[in-house]
Design a protein around this ligand. Structure first.
Ligand code: SF4
Length: 487
């Protein structure tokens, strides 16, 4: 692996305001040097120190806190002609013995600094600080110099309005914020299910699906324009679901929303009584239908959204520092991809989400139980299993075609050949294929239920919601805690 990344994949940012000629000349110099060395885009908040000297802004999704669910060691999920930036970061950090430094939660960009130089910022900060690093100590006291060096760069990259760190922050409340949290806290095996919001303005289908799942699962997830395809909003669907008597999990994607919109929508959800929010980075717009919107649609990533919402809830402040008089009540969740990258890398990403504020994790669908347990062990090694509730994903396969589609076209999903063979062996009869799909799902449920560290399950039978009650019954999965309590 080369030491430098000399190719600039995307254009550098331009500044909003015009600096004095001397500063502009310096900015041009910095842009040229760092462009050649790192493919720098002049983000205005350099975190090269934390990312093993690979520029994270070469990631087309602009992810500053880890990889997406669709990358592979060979190529980027968005642009297959280039390697995944975050694979390079993980691999180089591992070689340099700096993997744990990737745990620090990096800030989103500050629009006012974007496009401007950062070297002069460093000089200004160094002159303001009286705590070094002092060059002479490089010779006289190497340890102090090294500590001061680290703290200097930390101050430089972590603005006061963000103050990201690498520590776990337990929620600052004790009473459960939602029935989902209450159920998980009680230790009951808790099941959630996914519903895709309607494509039309009619809510009839949504009402029918909620009716199917009410009293069967503890909460229903509403996807948020998944695969970059427009549908009814997750916030409207969640509110409709709530009014029908089933608790929603509102998915909130960073894609398509600025930090202002994210804060506003999450706050609105709390005001409407929606307590469970699953924070996602969101699929890149290129995975949606044409015509594609402009490519740079993400202001934040999932880790940053979690960090921001947790602080709004627990510290009562907006990102800009305004106080929140009545704090929102949220039970915050995140997604994880057990099969995306090597488990040791995925575990770092999961730890970062937990440290940022994730209280429950729903995963990509599990078809390969053995590989899933390797990921779970990696989380256990990082002591995460007593800090977060794990709800592995389950997709009952409706057809052999669906199984092959998942295996070939859905990033981050692994379908073993044995599963594909069983689906194919069912022949052309659709009902026979569905029965095999149900049998496979029941086998996976049985294994997952017996797995220590698992708090429940998340069933994603999108467009086949009617199968969920049958799966629950045949697998003898418990009914929601609230249902049992009222008996
Ligand atoms: S992190 Fe920002 S400033 Fe640093 S090299 Fe990358 S784009 Fe340039």
């Amino acid at each position: 692996m080369p030491l430098f990344s000399p190719r600039r994949y995307q254009q550098p940012y331009l500044p909003l305001r015009r600096d004095k000629p001397a500063v502009r000349a310096f900015t041009a110099f910095e842009r040229t040097v760092k462009g050649v060395l790192f493919g720098c885009r002049m983000c205005g908040n350099c975190i090269l120190q934390e990312t093993a000297f690979v520029c994270p802004m070469t990631c087309p999704m602009g992810l500053r806190n880890g990889l997406c669910g669709g990358a592979s060691p060979e190529h980027c999920a968005v642009d297959p002609t280039r390697p995944c930036t975050w694979y390079k970061i993980y691999a180089r950090a591992e070689r340099l013995g700096r993997l744990d430094r990737l745990l620090e939660i990096n800030a989103p960009l500050d629009g006012k600094k974007v496009g401007h130089e950062t070297w002069l910022d460093a000089v200004r900060l160094w002159r303001e600080r009286d705590k070094g690093p002092h060059p002479i100590e490089f010779i006289t006291d190497r340890e102090k110099f090294s500590d001061d060096w680290d703290s200097f760069f930390r101050d430089l990259r972590q603005p006061d309005w963000w103050a990201g760190d690498d520590a776990y922050h337990a929620p600052a409340y004790t009473e459960p914020a939602s029935a989902l949290e209450a159920s998980l806290k009680s230790g009951a095996f808790t099941v959630t299910a996914e519903i895709a919001p309607p494509l039309t303005a009619s809510t009839k289908l949504l009402e029918k699906k909620v009716g199917l799942l009410k009293g069967v699962v503890t909460a229903a997830n509403f996807t948020d324009n998944a695969s970059a395809s427009a549908r009814m909003s997750s916030i409207a669907s969640s509110k409709l679901c709530l009014d029908l008597g089933l608790e929603p999990v509102m998915q909130l994607q960073a894609r398509d929303r600025s930090r202002v919109a994210l804060e506003s929508d999450a706050m609105g959800a709390s005001g409407l009584g929606i307590r469970n929010i699953l924070c996602l980075s969101g699929d890149h717009a290129c995975f949606g239908p044409s015509p594609m919107c402009k490519p740079d649609q993400s202001d934040m990533d999932a880790v940053q959204v979690l960090w921001m919402l947790r602080r709004m809830r627990d510290e009562g402040v907006y990102l800009d520092g305004r106080a929140i008089k009545q704090r929102p009540e949220w039970f915050l969740g995140a997604a994880a991809s057990p099969f995306g990258a090597p488990p040791k890398y995925e575990a770092i990403r999961a730890e970062k989400k937990v440290n940022a504020g994730a209280q429950f994790i729903q995963t990509q669908p599990i078809f390969d139980y053995e590989r899933f347990t390797v990921w779970l062990e990696a989380l256990d090694k990082r002591n995460l299993l007593d800090k977060v509730y794990i709800l592995p994903g389950l997709i009952p396969l409706k057809s052999a075609n669906a199984a092959h589609f998942m295996a070939d076209d859905v990033p981050g999903v692994v379908v073993p050949q044995s599963v594909l063979d069983r689906m194919d062996a069912a022949g052309d009869d659709k009902e026979a294929q569905q029965e095999v799909g149900v049998a496979i799902a029941l086998e996976i449920i049985e294994k997952l239920r017996a797995t220590p560290g698992i708090a429940g399950m998340h069933i994603m039978a999108v467009h086949w919601e009617e199968i969920v009650p049958r799966l629950m019954e045949e697998a003898s999965l418990p009914r929601p805690v609230s249902e049992l309590e009222v008996q």
